[in-house]
Design a protein around this ligand. Structure first.
Ligand SMILES: [Zn+2]
Ligand SMILES: [Zn+2]
Length: 131
């Protein structure tokens, strides 16, 4: 079975904040919201999509000092993990394939849940998912 899911948000979580005072973690260079990514099995990091800065995942709030940091609003990585773990589906990440040829090949040869952000729309690929 082939399913196509389009998720508009990149990363694991799109908002990281202090659960105590509400402080939100922004990029120190350009004030953009930071997106949480998994950078290892049990390791998270924050990434700025605007200037590509990387930050260690915070464990303490710089404003109030509480160790109560939360990340919420799941992105495509969170969705991929849930489909893989909870639904035991094969997940094919079309947004991680960088050429139209690779995307078309994956669609034709793989089965499972195809996930993408908006990259497919940009490439204006006509997808025939078949039966
Ligand atoms: Zn705080
Ligand atoms: Zn930035």
């Amino acid at each position: 079975m082939k399913t196509l899911l389009i998720h508009p948000r990149k990363g694991l979580y799109t908002l990281t904040a202090c659960n105590h005072c509400g402080y939100q973690f922004d990029c120190q260079n350009c004030d953009c919201k930071l997106t949480t990514y998994r950078s290892g099995k049990d390791y998270l990091e924050l990434v700025c999509h605007q200037c590509q800065s990387y930050y260690n995942y915070p464990n303490i709030c710089p404003k109030c000092g509480h160790q109560n940091i939360i990340s919420k609003f799941g992105g495509i990585d969170d969705l991929a993990e849930k489909i893989g773990k909870d639904l035991k589906q094969n997940v094919i990440r079309l947004d991680q394939l960088n050429t139209e040829a690779k995307i078309k090949k994956a669609i034709n040869t793989e089965t499972g849940a195809f996930l993408t952000t908006k990259s497919l729309i940009r490439l204006s690929i006509t997808i025939n998912l078949g039966k």
